[in-house]
Design a protein. Structure first.
Ligand code: HEM
Length: 363
């Protein structure tokens, strides 16, 4: 089923010099305690230095207080500590992710991009606006049970690839790394520029894993899609725009049980998913595992999930599917806003983070 003949040819040039950075790092509770102990014992008792001591403690208290107040209520201060001391060169991180996308030509259709987009989405798509839990802050998919939730099958591949980058840039949080990788993959595969900000902080225990069942189940109906995405705070137009990411990648029998890409060019971001959904004739096909999916009557190598034809048959969803099938620019504009919103759900931004618009590596 590998569409190797359809792989785009990589024509990459050396990237431009990239020099921007911010001054954010994540430290473990032990490192934080160490820093705090050091300061307390070393601070001398002279009055001038007492002022410094007071300011220093106020700053530490302020940072902790900030975190406790602004993050998801359930994530405790003791478990995550962020301090503005070191810098992460996010442009360099972007460049390194972009360079590894095609490092294994035997993987799927020749790019790790699609599975990285899925990682960014599954890390973020657990958000619940009412309880303010889930989302990319915390990167709780590092822990069981979330790592082994059925919906996350196959995403260990994506997490493992990014470990190499994390080893070289240990001060980036996993939540920032995973979402930046999603942005990078979309851009490098021809999608729109998606502005990205750092600010996610890592949970240090499994305690904050979200319950199973927060991500969509492809065998259910369009009402289920609404339940899942309304819970995050999206409307019908945003749901359809986000689903356009299925222009990328494919289903794997050993991950979701479904099989095949949504259209013939699965490593190129485009509005082709909407064209396929609205212009082709989809027929049901039984799968060896007992399930079923839709396939294109004229090319049974390409597929649609049961829930996607239900979305097509829903008047409100169909309106946007047809709009994006006709107008790729409008799709890119709406996808950019919706994907940025998705990866920022529940993130405790302070408001002064630099927003990056990364250059693609062959720009
Ligand atoms: C209606 C909601 C959605 C459903 C039911 C759904 C379901 C699925 C399923 C069953 C797969 C196949 C997994 C596998 O076998 O490897 C998949 C893959 C994928 N999904 Fe979704 N998805 C939804 C929404 C989204 C959204 C919102 C995004 C991103 C914005 C997204 C991005 C992707 C990508 C890029 C892949 C390909 C992964 C790869 O090639 O490894 N999906 N999705």
């Amino acid at each position: 089923m590998v569409l190797s003949s359809l792989r785009p040819v990589a024509t990459r040039h050396l990237p431009r010099a990239m020099a921007l950075s911010t001054r954010t790092t994540v430290r473990t509770p032990a490192a934080f305690a160490q820093a705090r102990r050091g300061f307390a014992t070393e601070a001398p008792k002279k009055s001038g230095n007492n002022v410094l001591l007071f300011l220093g403690l106020a700053a530490l208290g302020g940072a902790g207080g900030y975190y406790y107040h602004n993050s998801n209520q359930s994530v405790k201060k003791a478990e995550i500590v962020q301090e503005k001391t070191k810098s992460v060169d996010y442009n360099q991180v972007y460049k390194e992710i972009a360079e590894l996308l095609e490092e294994n030509p035997d993987y799927d259709d020749g790019s790790y991009g699609p599975v990285l987009v899925r990682l960014a989405w599954h890390a973020s798509g657990t958000y619940d606006k009412d309880t303010k839990t889930g989302g990319s802050n915390g990167a709780t998919m590092r822990f069981d049970p979330e790592a082994t939730h059925g919906a996350n099958n196959g995403l260990k591949i994506a997490r493992d690839i990014l470990e190499k980058i994390h080893a070289k840039h240990p001060d980036i949080s996993y939540g920032d790394l995973w979402t930046l990788a999603g942005v990078c993959a979309i851009q490098e595969l021809g999608g729109p520029k998606i502005p990205w900000r750092p600010g996610r902080q890592d949970a240090m225990t499994a305690e904050h894993c979200t319950p199973d069942g927060r991500l969509p189940d492809a065998t259910k109906k369009e009402d289920h899609v609404r339940d899942v995405f309304y819970r995050m705070g999206f409307d019908d137009q945003e749901i359809v725009a986000l689903a356009g990411a299925h222009a990328l990648g494919r289903c794997h029998p050993d991950r979701s049980g479904f099989d095949g890409p949504w259209q013939e060019a699965p490593t190129m971001f485009s509005n082709e998913y909407f064209k396929a959904l609205s212009e082709r004739t989809w027929i049901k096909k039984k799968l060896p595992n007992g399930g079923w999916q839709y396939v294109d009557k004229n090319n049974d190598m390409v597929m649609m999930l049961p829930i996607e034809l239900d979305m097509w048959n829903d008047k409100s969803f169909r309106k946007y599917i047809q709009l994006y099938a006709k107008d790729q620019d409008k799709f890119y504009e709406d996808f950019t806003k919706a994907f940025k919103k998705l990866i920022e759900l529940g993130v405790p931004f302070k408001g002064d983070e630099k927003e990056y618009v990364f250059e693609t590596i062959n720009q």
